[in-house]
Design a protein around this ligand. Structure first.
Ligand code: HSE
Length: 425
């Protein structure tokens, strides 16, 4: 039997899940893996706070060094979240020769190069399956299972909070603010929802996944990002009439060395496999030159789904004879061989508020024609407001820059752009 002593950094929702899963899994650790795991120290802010489960005397500590400097602790599991102090603690643990298992997408997305360099220097492991999509083993799939593929396209619904909000808006017809409040009351959205609804959480995760998919560092600032705060129930309803479903999509595409990485509200045809992923579920749909299309779906958050990824990583970390690291050059700067483009080509949905006067449609279509953008559909809706009409149009595939030029050329006296939503296939 191999005895492994570990420490936790944090014991909130996820840490409690990890403690429960480790306790529950003692028999399997022993019989499947010949492992005996002892949790020696758990760093918490308040050692007197009730935890809802019993812990042995003396395990809780409010001193980080009790975990980071204890020479008996071989593996540190981090679930504090956020950039600091988590990043410093992970670096210190690695520096002290400890393998780290983390759920921290922010530390990974922003400091991966430093963390990996230190892990390699100290010949220890750095495991982070839980940092992206909770229980879904997408990191392992990208890093190992699809190692014989050139991945050219990856679409992800990788934020459960926003997927819940958009699904619920579609189901009920209620406006964004009301559904957000409801999600907060149910504990499905944070009291401060910015990281989720502004697309930051998805952008961190996409930078990690795209780096693995494209074998080059795709840094966080390279990810174009728009959240869901301006999404309206009206657009969701108009989209539905056209057979489209709105998702906050994380998109990574590669053509040759040209790469696009973006997170924004996106209409998908209702026949797309991702269009049926509702509620707080996560899913990743990708295409590789050999594997072709693939979709992974599951729970992207929550104590036990996240613990599933963390404890599976713990088993791998404890039983590995050699710790493996991604083979791409993991540097602070984006991979110089990748050409990051923001002039992607896609279809667009636009909602315009126009004055109801002679020649308005002709003038609108003229602005698009001048940019060589072909209009696919154009529908005029009654607004109930005398003198105003709503025009909903979709375009054929067009470059982003051309679309932006066309929008800027619209005369604001006669026509206001209310929404621009990209449409993917
Ligand atoms: N807040 C995230 C989500 C989970 O809603 O999916 C943690 O990354």
């Amino acid at each position: 039997m191999q005895k492994v002593t570990i420490g936790f950094l944090g014991c909130g929702n996820i840490g409690s899940g990890v403690w429960k899963l480790i306790s529950d899994f003692r028999y399997e650790f022993a019989h499947r893996h010949q492992l005996e795991i002892t949790v020696k120290k758990i760093l918490v802010r308040d050692v007197t706070k009730p935890r809802g489960f019993s812990l042995p005397e003396g395990v809780l500590t409010d001193r980080a060094e009790d975990v980071l400097e204890d020479s008996e602790i071989q593996i540190v599991m981090e679930f504090l979240g956020g950039e600091y102090p988590a990043t410093s603690y992970i670096l210190q643990a690695l520096h002290n020769g400890k393998t780290v298992v983390t759920a921290n997408k922010v530390a990974l997305a922003l400091h991966w190069h430093e963390l990996q360099a230190e892990a390699v220097r100290q010949q220890v492991g750095l495991y982070y399956e839980a940092s992206v999509c909770g229980a879904i083993p997408v990191i392992d799939v990208l890093q190992h299972s699809l190692g014989a593929n050139r991945i050219d396209k990856l679409y992800g619904i990788i934020n459960g909070t926003t997927n819940y909000i958009l699904s619920r808006m579609a189901e009920t017809g209620l406006p964004y603010e009301q559904v957000l409040q409801e999600a907060q009351q149910l504990g499905l959205a944070e009291p401060d929802p910015a990281s989720d609804v502004e697309g930051l959480d998805a952008a961190y995760k996409l930078s990690i996944m795209a780096s693995l998919a494209f074998h080059g560092r795709v840094t966080f600032p390279k990810v174009y990002r728009e959240g869901i705060t301006r999404v309206t129930d009206q657009d969701i309803a108009f989209g539905r009439e056209m057979g489209l479903v709105l998702k906050l999509l994380a998109i990574a595409k590669r053509t040759g060395n040209q790469v696009e990485v973006r997170v924004h509200p996106t209409f998908l045809p209702k026949s797309h496999p991702l269009a049926r992923v509702d509620g707080s579920f996560n899913a990743v749909y990708l295409h590789g030159h050999a594997c072709q299309e693939m979709m992974l779906q599951g729970r992207g958050a929550g104590d036990m789904p996240t613990a599933s990824a963390l404890v599976s990583d713990l088993i791998r970390a404890a039983t590995a004879s050699v710790h493996q690291h991604p083979t791409f050059r993991n540097t602070e700067q984006p991979d110089p061989s990748l050409d990051f483009s923001q002039n992607w080509v896609t279809r667009y949905y636009l909602r315009l508020s126009c004055s109801d006067s002679v020649g308005v449609l002709a003038r609108v279509s003229d602005c698009f024609a001048k940019e060589n953008i072909s209009i696919a559909t154009m529908v005029q809706k009654d607004t109930g407001m005398p003198g105003r009409v709503t025009i909903v149009l979709t375009t054929h595939a067009a470059p982003e820059l051309a679309l932006q030029h066309a929008i800027h050329a619209l005369d604001t006296q006669i026509c206001r752009v209310e929404s621009v939503i990209r449409v993917e296939e």
